[in-house]
Design a protein around this ligand. Sequence first.
Ligand code: SF4
Ligand code: SF4
Length: 385
Amino acid sequence: MKTPFHIMIIPTLGCPSQCHYCWSSEEGSPVMTLDTVKATVSWLSGFRDDPLTITFHGGEPLLAGPGFFRSALPILAEGLSKNTPSFAIQTNLWRMTDDIAEILAQYQIPIGSSIDGPEVLTNSQRGEGYYQKTMAGYEIARAHGLEVRFICTFTNKSVREKEEIVRFFREKGFTLKLHPALPSLRSEEPQQWALPPEEYGELLVYLLDQALENQGELEIMNINDLCRCVFTRRGTVCTYADCMANTFAIGPDGSIYPCYRFVGMEQWVMGSVYDSPSIDDLSHSDAWKKMHEFKEYVDKACSSCRHMPYCRGGCPYNAIAPDQERLSGVDPHCIAYKRIFDEISDRMNEEMFAAPPAFMSPFSSAHKPDTKPGIMSLIHRIVMK
Ligand code: SF4
Ligand code: SF4
């Protein structure tokens, strides 16, 4: 699990790919300078003492080039040593070189990349040639011992091929993280690729069954996270926890935002690293106030939901983005969250209370042989990690 104190550094919003459903890249975006990295260290030095996760995100962060990472990583690691920072990067891997891989390997930086399934399907959603370019970068990263996991974006089109996508990830031995395509705020047809919440919920239940049936062969990060949330009764990833005041993103020019998803939107700037704002300074920004309005809204709107302690209304960006003028609901994926949380809770309760004799371990799979594979065995596997 990521530490709650999370800083996302966006070296640029530019990206060489043109994925059809992407809402987070910006042509001609500048690249962060090392002065901004130093100002970031200076800001964070007096900000908070907790352990820190720093994720490089984009756009496409590798566009910043090897020189950026060769200089920025020691500046951050040494300047913030009191926060014992751990690093991660989200990249499409197209610009991966031996040079960059070597630098990332020195800091043992895990990589999150993106493919949507087999080559033809990935290219149909992300553009011709995408798959080969990402796989070429993947080979370089692996040759340097870097860990790579893949985000798989399910759209309203690819969801029809879910069996083939799951088979692909299982056969390749790739760890999968599901991402539902969101309505694009920058498109004239925002719903063109978006996965409707009802279908998202059914997809999660399908993936739960796949994860249970293929334990040891197929790892689906979302399913692990969702099971962990229900079992521990607290949100263990940002979507299901209060990310406000624990997560910040820094844009290429040093502007501070609540999360990478808001970077580039003027009205979501909370301050600048060059001014070294305190938490109190940030709390006076409109962006902070809007994020906290969401928190208060959730306290009321979700108060009677049994999943409230480990869902917390979902992602504030998803809730706020469709109508930035006024908050009119919780995360629209609520339907999907309820569907999967109900499924996991009900199955877990059934297994825990259905019959395990007192001498059995609570993690023993108490389900009958002709029923679906038990959820507690997956939880045991997750807890033991
Ligand atoms: S806004 Fe959403 S994606 Fe961003 S940190 Fe919060 S929960 Fe995560
Ligand atoms: S499942 Fe829906 S109602 Fe329940 S806490 Fe999550 S967003 Fe709120």
